[in-house]
Design a protein around this ligand. Structure first.
Ligand code: 26Q
Length: 821
């Protein structure tokens, strides 16, 4: 069924084995007789890596030779997960590898599991970047990712006594097979210093930034193979290293020890990923990360452009740079600095090129997530950049003044500089002003930013600058790799083309009523639920019954995502079940409620929610009355690899954010693509999922985005009405049935007396009702299977391949550039 193509293909099993043994004996300096799973993983990945590197080189040579327009995706996060399985599938080497290692007594699956996740991201935004580089490569775009090579990814989560405890994620203990160190590619980056004014030979007044500390950014490359193509793109991650020049004075003054230890400090810049999701902490080290990464990447991009010997005016014809949220916004300022200060272009000419080059993607409307930098911090760390920001702002405000004369209020609203104490630079405004297109990540979200946080900018620029590109997910990892059973079943009916062109799934719909196919479909789901049950058993000892309804909510823990609504609903069900006779209970749909996700280490309320979930689990799972009715599980340390096991196993998954708060969501797409149905609010991409799959195939509930403001207002001035059912749940918690109720006081108070900002009380009854309908519908297995098949067949739109083509056509103006095999 699976079509063949030739990228890096091993001729046969023996050829793979030769390479495998060679790596065991030379790269690892071991023998086959002294080779454990870890060593075997390393040898297998080196063998696959070699193939990738050859294709990678060919791709880069071809792109240099043809000098085609390139796309650069700047993201502070790339939540890649594991690479081996993906690389084998994309290079078509998996079968040989499986048979090859089997002869030596290994199971390929065990080797795959040896690889630590590259968890260089927090959640949705970082995983989106990973899906996007996969699609850029698969769709044959010359597209690079640029990021930071954190030595510590997102922390590992332990649950101790029901509480989240963070442990460092040092993912490079055994090095990474996929990393190509590029020590020869380095850029010296300055911080602090001062701006010197001078007059050049032509009598022009110029400025120059100098006298600061220097840190060196060093490149590492990670090959990104496309699927079904010989195209292998690049992910370039920068590490900070001490520069030679660093504190030479001290060194010469004899203070050897201090000068060396200060050099060490340079390395802390790229050491660790900030573990906040949708929250801006405003720390100087974060600003240093941003500038080091942005400055190194732009230096690299400009250096490559200069080699082409083209005139500067062709810069945006050759280069498109996409800003993944505002985190890389300094790139706009840095490019203007390069053009004006270093290349001596006139301001206006330079600025037009800058704007044509950049596109900005917004991922959130949450006020606490919008980046602002204190002006004094910018002035100290990046004095020249602050001046340039002031100038950008000045010209922009002049434009606004010309268009809307005498509107002082408008000017202060749209100014990059917020007149607070201290003043702050609003990075989203700078990103809008410095980009030719601004996009949201789902229709509802893109409309919302135009009507709310960026309203004034729509008035200034007109609506065309603001567009929508709905997010997508890569069908390679999230269907073909994570769920080979389902992928094979689909392929047996419609062929394997859907892995590359997901819209081909539509051919599946004609089998939705086929009872035999329905049975096979549900059998796959059952197998995947068994696999998840095995994981849960091994990690927590809790035994799950795969016949029960699996209800799953896995994502970062955040009040706006409303895991509290879910767990309060679970408690309600528990109380209800407890009041029934055993006979009555037996008629109820048995359920498993499974949660997973990390809280930001400093986010008290989110940590309380985790504690509540675990405490409910402890009571429910140890209650013999619940044995055949209810289980509650919190999966420790949710990450990409666990997602690959969890997502294929859902009957229902929850995407229940307060309407208007979740920009898109992407796990909603992953769950539906794997045949799970969803319960959700009318928020983010749920809206478009509903439009595509049909409203009979999704369980929507709750207030709408345009009602939220009014309801919050009512809460504030008229108090919160906690309904009977929710009050029952509060009473149960306060009775001490879950343990010390003090622990939850702040959580319950934030709802009842704290204005219930996320509308838990307002949506609670509707939520229970939707769950009730689900309980009813789940009993009709055939109808459930039909809904599931129909939904999957209509999910083609949500491929990240489509999203990337939308970016290419609507923002980047780039064409695919296939490499011959
Ligand atoms: C900002 C400043 C300082 C430190 C950290 C941050 C920071 C880090 C991560 C701010 C935001 C994030 C992540 C945001 C994010 O993941 N947003 C999600 O993006 C997805 C992809 O578009 C959407 O599907 C989700 O709806 C959105 O929440």
């Amino acid at each position: 069924i699976w079509k063949k193509f030739s990228l890096g293909e091993f001729g046969d099993k023996q050829e793979f084995q030769q390479e495998f043994v060679r790596h065991v004996e030379t790269s690892l300096a071991r023998s086959l007789y002294n080779c454990d799973d870890l060593a075997a993983y390393q040898a297998a990945s080196q063998a696959v890596r070699d193939r990738l590197v050859v294709a990678w080189n060919r791709t880069q040579q071809k792109h240099t030779l043809t000098d085609t327009k390139r796309v650069y995706y700047l993201s502070l996060e790339f939540l890649m997960g594991r690479a081996l399985d993906n690389a084998m599938l994309n290079t078509r080497t998996k079968q040989y590898a499986r048979e090859g290692v089997k002869d030596f007594g290994f199971r390929l699956e065990d080797l795959i599991e040896q690889e630590p996740d590259a968890a260089l991201g927090n959640g949705g935004l970082g995983r989106l970047a990973a899906c996007f580089v996969d699609s850029l490569a698969s769709e044959n775009y010359p597209g690079w990712g640029y990021g930071l090579r954190y030595e510590y990814g997102i922390f590992k989560q332990k649950i101790i006594d029901g509480y989240q405890v963070e442990q460092p994620d040092y993912w490079l203990t055994y090095g990474s097979s996929w990393e190509i160190p590029r020590n020869e590619i380095s850029v010296d980056i300055m911080f602090y210093g001062y701006v010197r004014h001078y007059t050049d030979d032509e009598g022009v007044h110029r400025r120059c930034w100098e006298g600061g500390d220097v840190v060196r950014a060093v490149a590492s490359d990670f090959p990104v193979p496309g699927y079904g193509t010989a195209n292998v793109n690049n992910l370039r991650l920068w590490s900070s290293k001490p520069a030679q020049e660093f504190d030479f004075a001290k060194f010469n003054a004899g203070d050897y020890i201090n000068s060396v230890s200060e050099q060490q400090r340079a390395e802390t810049i790229s050491a660790v990923l900030y573990p906040n999701d949708n929250f801006d902490s405003g720390k100087e080290l974060r600003l240093k990360q941003q500038y080091l990464w942005v400055a190194a990447s732009l230096n690299d991009i400009v250096r490559r452009f200069k080699k082409s010997k083209r005139p500067w005016r062709e810069f945006p014809e050759q280069i498109a740079i996409q800003l993944n949220d505002t985190h890389p916004t300094l790139a706009i300022v840095e490019l203007q600095r390069i053009f004006v200060d270093l290349e001596q272009l006139p301001w206006k000419e330079a600025w037009d090129l800058v704007v044509e080059t950049f596109g900005y993607t917004n991922h959130t409307v949450l006020p606490e997530a919008l980046e602002k930098w204190p002006v004094p911090m910018l002035e100290n760390l990046l004095p020249r950049h602050l001046e340039i920001i002031y100038d950008i702002n000045l010209y922009f405000l002049q434009e606004v003044e010309a268009k809307f004369p005498n509107d002082r209020e408008l000017l202060s609203r749209v100014s990059i500089i917020e007149e607070s104490q201290p003043q702050q630079a609003r990075m989203a405004y700078l990103a809008i002003i410095g980009s030719h297109k601004v996009n949201g990540v789902a229709e509802l979200h893109s409309d919302l930013i135009k009507k709310t946080i960026f309203k004034d900018f729509v008035a200034v620029y007109g609506g065309d600058k603001f567009i929508n590109v709905t997010n997508g997910i890569t069908p390679r990892r999230w269907l073909h790799q994570a769920n080979p059973e389902l992928s094979d079943l689909i392929a047996s009916k419609i062929g394997s083309g859907f892995v590359k062109d997901l819209s081909e799934l539509r051919h599946l719909e004609k089998f939705a009523d086929d009872e035999d196919f329905q049975r096979q479909w549900m059998l796959v789901k059952h197998k995947r639920k068994e696999k998840l049950a095995a994981l849960v058993k091994s990690q927590s000892g809790v035994v799950l019954n795969p016949d029960h309804l699996f209800d799953i909510q896995v994502k970062r823990i955040h009040e706006y995502k409303r895991q509290q609504l879910n767990i309060l609903g679970v408690i309600h069900r528990y109380v209800e079940l407890k009041q029934m006779s055993p006979e009555e209970r037996r008629k109820m749909t048995p359920r498993v409620s499974l949660f997973g996700g990390k809280s930001a280490p400093g986010y008290y309320m989110a940590k309380t929610i985790i504690k509540l979930i675990n405490d409910v689990g402890k009571v429910v799972n140890n209650d013999p009355d619940m044995f055949d009715s209810l289980k509650v599980v919190f999966v420790e340390d949710y990450n990409v690899s666990k997602a690959e096991i969890i997502i294929p196993a859902s009957d229902i998954s929850e995407h229940i954010s307060t309407a208007g708060t979740e920009a898109s969501g992407t796990s909603n797409m992953k769950f539906v693509l794997n045949g799970g149905l969803i319960i959700g609010t009318v928020d983010g991409a749920n809206v478009e999922i509903t439009r595509e799959i049909g409203e009979d195939n999704i369980y929507l509930f709750g207030h709408l985005a345009d009602e939220v403001e009014d309801i919050r207002h009512k809460h504030k001035y008229g108090g919160v009405q906690v309904g009977k059912k929710l009050q029952q749940v509060f009473d149960f918690i306060q009775s001490g049935a879950l343990g010390d109720p003090e622990i939850y006081t702040s959580l319950l108070h934030s709802i009842k007396y704290g204005g219930d900002y996320y509308l838990v009380s307002d949506d609670f009854d509707a939520y229970l009702e939707a769950q009730h309908t689900i309980n009813h519908d789940f009993k009709d297995t055939k109808e459930w299977a039909r809904k599931s098949i129909v939904s999957v067949s209509r999910m083609g739109f949500f491929s990240s391949d489509r999203a990337i083509r939308d970016y290419a056509e609507g923002i980047w103006n780039v064409e695919p550039s296939p490499v011959e095999e």
